[in-house]
Ligand binder design. Sequence first.
Ligand code: CMP
Length: 140
Amino acid sequence: AIERTLSIIKPDAVAKNVIGQIYSRFESGGLKIIAARMVHLSQSDAEQFYAVHRERPFFNDLVSFMISGPVMVQVLEGEDAIKRNRDLMGATDPKKAEKGTIRADFADSIDANAVHGSDALETAMAEIACFFPTLNIYSR
Ligand code: CMP
């Protein structure tokens, strides 16, 4: 089915000046960018966005990293978009990511791992709502 997913290009990849290269991966991978915004998250923005990870040992490092610089946030649309984006990204830990994936090519560590992508339909809807009012989404 045609789905939408939320993608974030994290501070490491924005700092490396590879937004365009990552956008090309989305586009040649069959995903269309239908909304986009650059934003420097506040601590409370990042804590809310990653609330599901609040009890995890990596939570504080994750939040500090995500507020260390601007991020590029986009909605991607396409057939099977959630899984398609996760396949394009590769494994969370770049050391385990398959060759040719975004994380294998652009990420340095499990925290500085270049991109985030929603992991399921429900989280995608919640994450998209977090950044984009429906009137700022341009499908077709
Ligand atoms: P992301 O897809 O943005 O979702 C949560 C993030 O936590 C994940 O990518 C990683 O960057 C980060 N993280 C750090 N340590 C871990 C870990 N052990 N397992 C999963 N995610 C981790």
